[in-house]
Design a protein. Structure first.
Length: 656
C-alpha cells in the first residue's frame, strides 16, 4: 500500500488542544491514510442520514445511494490527522463562536499588489492597522475559483483556485493565521463549465445535472407565476445542444445553470466538494443562494422543504466527519423565512445572515430614530446555543431589502430607496409572487449610503456617523461580519458601473496596495481617521466576554435618539452597556440602574460613589441618585463597563 503523505504540518498539529484557535490549524493529509481503522458511523446517525435521503428521493433510491455517500465520508475521514480527530472530541457547542470572532468579507483580488499574488496580499490591510490585526480572526474569501461571470459566482471549476488569484498554497498560508470561510456556490454552475458542456454534447452521464426542457412551454404560465427568484430575466435560457435546442433553468443569469438536485448524483458531487473544502482549510462554509436549491414546477421554487432537508443532511454529515466546521446559509429573504434555516437550533445551519439588520440600521440613521430597530432587536429569536447570527451591514452585493419585508412598512422601504438614490445608489429588482417586479437590494457602499460624497459636511462628522452605524452590528448578539469596503469606508464607484453595466460593481472597487499604504500614513486622511476609530471599537469588542454570542442581550428603550443595549457574559459575571447616538443632535440620557439586571458585584470600592468606565472615550461616568447621567454628542458611541468589574478583571489578569 502507498505510504501516506501529508501537507507540511503546522506546530499545532502536535498539540492536542481542542481550542478552536488551535485545532482548526491542524492541516489535513494531502493523501488519504487507508492503513488505519476506517470511520465508524453510529447506527443512529446512519439511520438519520438514510431517512433524509428517503425524504428527498424515496426509499429505493436512498438504498441505492447511501453506500456511495458513506464512501465519500470515509475518503474524507482518511485525510484527517489523528491530532484533529482527537481534538474534535472535546468541542464545546457554546464556544463554536465567541466574542473573539470577527469576520472580514472580501474578494480574493480587492487588493492589488505589484509584488505578490492577490491572495498573498489579501491580509495586508489587517497588518497595517493595529486594531484590525488584533480583532479580525476570520477571513471570508468570496469565490476564488475559475469563473466566467458574476464576479466569481458563475464557477467553471469548483475544485481549483483561479490561477489569476493564486493557489491552494496561498489559501493554506492565510489559514495559518486566520480561520477561513469558503463559498460553496452550490446552487448553480457556469454554462462554460465542463459538466454543462458535456450535457450539451449529449454525454449520458451528465444529461440530468440541470433542469432541461425541450420546449419552453412545458413550464406553463401558471408555473411561472408561482416562481419566486431574485431576478427579472426569463427563468429559462435557450442553448443549442448536439441534439437540438434545449431550454435550461437559470435562476440568476443566462450564464448560471441551476444544478438539478432531483438527481442524487448531483447531491453526492456537492457533498464531496464541500468535504474537499474542509480538507483545504475551510472552518466555515457559506452556502450561497441556497434558497433556490431545488426547482420543482408548481411551487415557488424557494425555501422548499427539500432545501431544508438537504441542509440538514449536510449538517448530519459534518456532525460525523467534521464537527468543528460550521454551515452558514446565505438566504436574502424575509426575516421569519430566513431564521427558519436554524432548523430546531441543532439540526441545520449554525449561522444565518442577519439580513434584516442592514436596512434597519440605515433606516435608523436616515430617520435619526431608533424605534423600529429597537422593537425588532428586542424580539430577536435565538433558538439554541449551537447557532447564531452573522451580523452584517453591507455585502459584496449591496444592502438587501427582503430581510425587512413585514418589519418595515412599504412606505419606509420607499423612503430608504429614495434617500439612498439621493446618495448615488442604484436599485436592483426581483420577480416576486405573481410575476410582479419588486425592489430587491440597494447597490451602494455603506459609507456612501450614509454620507453624501459631494456634501458639505465636515469629514470628521461623516466618519463619526459611519463608525456609529457600524457599532450597531458589533454590539448585538451574534458574530460581526464586515465587507472590506465597509471596513475602510470606500465611496461609490459609479464609473465602473457605467463601464460594466453591472450595478453591483459600485461596491467592488479594486484597491491599490500602494495607494492604501500612502493614505494610512497620512494622519488626517479619511482612511487613517476612519480605521483608527473603527479599529478601536473592534479591538475593545474582542476583549469583552459580555459580547459572547451566547451571552444575554437586553434592549433599553430610553430614547429615540440613542440605541442602548446591555450585554451580559454567559456566566453573568461581566456586563457592558452600549449607547449609540444615531442623530446629528446632542442627547442627554438618564439610565436608571434599576432597569439593569445587575447585582452588587459591579460596584466599586465605594458603592455610594461608584463609576462606569467608557472603553471608547477612556473616561468614567459617575452614578448619581441611582442613575447614570450621560451627554452624547452627535454620533457618539459609548461602551460602559462597571468600574468594579473592570478592576477585578485587571487584577485577575495581573495575578494570572
Amino acid at each position: 500500500m502507498v505510504a501516506s503523505r501529508k501537507i507540511s504540518p503546522t506546530p499545532s498539529e502536535q498539540a492536542q488542544n481542542s481550542d478552536f484557535k488551535n485545532w482548526t490549524k491542524i492541516r489535513h493529509y494531502e493523501y488519504p491514510d487507508y492503513d488505519r481503522s476506517p470511520l465508524e458511523i453510529p447506527t443512529q446517525a446512519r439511520d438519520k442520514i438514510f431517512q433524509r435521503l428517503c425524504f428527498l428521493y424515496g426509499e429505493e433510491t436512498a438504498k441505492q445511494y447511501l453506500p456511495e455517500l458513506e464512501r465519500v465520508m470515509q475518503v474524507y475521514y482518511a485525510h484527517k490527522p489523528p491530532a484533529r480527530i482527537a481534538a474534535e472530541q472535546n468541542i464545546q457547542v457554546g464556544d463554536r463562536f465567541t466574542e473573539q470572532d470577527v469576520i472580514l468579507i472580501t474578494y480574493g483580488d480587492l487588493l492589488r499588489s505589484e509584488t505578490s499574488s492577490p491572495l498573498a496580499s489579501l491580509v495586508h490591510i489587517l497588518e497595517q492597522v493595529p486594531g484590525f490585526k488584533k480583532a479580525i480572526n476570520t477571513l471570508h474569501i468570496l469565490p476564488f475559483f475559475p469563473y466566467s461571470s458574476d464576479r466569481g459566482f458563475s464557477v467553471t471549476d469548483f475544485r481549483n483556485v483561479d490561477p489569476k488569484l493564486g493557489s491552494w498554497q496561498d489559501i493554506a498560508k492565510i489559514g495559518d493565521d486566520y480561520k477561513l470561510m469558503f463559498d460553496a456556490v452550490c446552487n448553480h454552475t457556469s454554462s462554460k463549465s465542463k459538466a454543462f458542456q458535456k450535457l450539451l454534447s449529449g454525454n449520458p452521464e451528465y444529461k440530468d445535472i440541470a433542469t432541461v426542457y425541450l420546449d419552453p412551454n412545458e413550464l406553463t404560465p401558471e408555473d411561472r407565476k408561482l416562481i419566486v427568484r431574485p431576478r427579472t430575466s426569463d427563468v429559462l435560457t435557450k442553448f443549442q445542444s448536439i441534439n437540438g435546442a434545449i431550454w435550461v433553468w437559470t435562476t440568476f443569469s443566462a450564464d448560471q445553470i441551476d444544478l438539478n438536485y432531483c438527481n442524487p448524483k448531483v447531491l453526492l458531487w456537492v457533498i464531496e466538494t464541500l468535504l474537499l473544502y474542509v480538507r483545504r482549510g475551510a472552518d466555515l462554509i457559506r452556502l450561497d443562494a441556497v434558497t433556490y436549491l431545488w426547482q420543482i414546477p408548481g411551487t415557488s421554487c424557494a425555501n422548499l422543504p427539500q432545501t431544508h432537508e438537504t441542509i440538514k443532511l449536510f449538517h448530519d454529515i459534518f456532525a460525523i466527519v467534521a464537527p468543528g466546521v460550521s454551515l452558514i446559509t446565505e438566504t436574502n429573504i424575509p426575516h421569519q423565512e430566513n431564521i427558519a434555516y436554524f432548523g430546531n437550533g441543532n439540526d441545520e445551519a449554525q449561522m444565518v445572515y442577519n439580513f434584516a439588520l442592514p436596512p434597519l440600521v440605515l433606516h435608523t440613521f436616515y430617520r435619526e430614530d431608533t424605534e423600529a430597530l429597537a422593537k425588532w432587536a428586542s424580539n430577536l429569536e435565538f433558538p439554541s446555543e449551537a447557532c447564531t447570527y452573522l451580523n452584517i451591514l453591507d455585502t459584496h452585493d449591496g444592502i438587501g431589502l427582503m430581510g425587512v419585508k413585514n418589519i418595515l412598512t412599504n412606505q419606509d422601504i420607499d423612503f430608504l430607496i429614495s434617500r439612498a438614490r439621493e446618495h448615488g445608489a442604484f436599485i436592483s429588482y426581483k420577480t416576486g409572487a405573481g410575476g410582479k417586479d419588486e425592489p430587491y437590494e440597494i447597490n451602494t457602499t455603506w459609507y456612501s449610503a450614509l454620507n453624501l460624497d459631494s456634501g458639505s459636511e465636515p469629514l470628521a462628522l461623516q466618519i463619526k456617523r459611519f463608525v456609529a452605524s457600524r457599532s450597531i452590528a458589533l454590539v448585538l448578539k451574534g458574530v460581526p461580519g464586515i465587507y472590506l469596503h465597509g471596513l475602510i469606508g470606500t465611496s461609490n464607484d459609479v464609473d465602473t458601473v457605467i463601464k460594466t453595466k453591472s450595478k453591483r460593481d459600485i461596491n467592488r472597487q479594486v484597491i491599490s496596495e500602494t495607494v492604501l499604504d500612502k493614505e494610512l500614513k497620512l494622519a488626517n486622511s479619511k482612511l487613517s481617521q476612519l480605521t483608527q476609530a473603527l479599529g478601536k471599537l473592534l479591538e475593545n469588542r474582542v476583549r469583552q466576554r459580555a459580547f459572547h454570542p451566547q451571552g444575554k442581550q437586553q434592549i433599553l428603550n430610553l430614547s429615540h435618539q440613542c440605541f442602548v443595549v446591555l450585554r451580559v457574559a454567559p456566566d453573568g459575571k461581566e456586563h457592558i452597556l452600549t449607547i449609540t447616538n444615531v442623530s446629528n443632535q446632542t442627547c442627554q440620557l438618564e439610565i436608571p440602574l434599576d432597569c439593569l439586571p445587575l447585582n452588587n458585584s459591579y460596584l466599586g470600592s465605594s458603592p455610594e460613589n461608584n463609576y462606569w468606565y467608557d472603553l471608547i472615550g477612556n473616561r468614567g461616568w459617575r452614578v448619581q441618585q441611582q442613575k447614570i447621567f450621560l451627554v452624547l454628542h452627535p454620533y457618539d458611541v459609548i461602551w460602559l463597563v462597571p468600574y468594579g468589574e473592570l478592576e477585578k478583571n485587571i487584577e485577575n489578569h495581573s495575578l494570572g
